[in-house]
Design a protein around this ligand. Structure first.
Ligand SMILES: [Zn+2]
Ligand SMILES: [Zn+2]
Length: 70
């Protein structure tokens, strides 16, 4: 697999869309593994900080604030 940006060998794939990227072009974004609601009605999420991101795609979910789920 080659980097989406520069066509050199890729080191990782974007966690969000699957594009391959090299170390130079890989960027980071928080990634939600799982979200849940506590017994007190607060929404929380397990987030991986620094997940590999290609820099091109635009994940739609808000990585931190969870609202309007009901
Ligand atoms: Zn590259
Ligand atoms: Zn991507």
């Amino acid at each position: 697999m080659e980097c989406w940006h520069c066509e050199r060998p890729a080191h990782a794939t974007c966690k969000f869309c699957g594009r391959a990227v090299c170390k130079t072009h890989a960027q980071e974004k928080p990634y939600i593994i799982h979200s849940y609601r506590t017994t007190t009605g607060v929404y929380k999420a397990f987030v991986v900080a620094g997940a590999v991101w290609c820099g091109i795609c635009t994940p739609q979910q808000d990585p931190v604030t969870l609202k309007d789920l009901e």
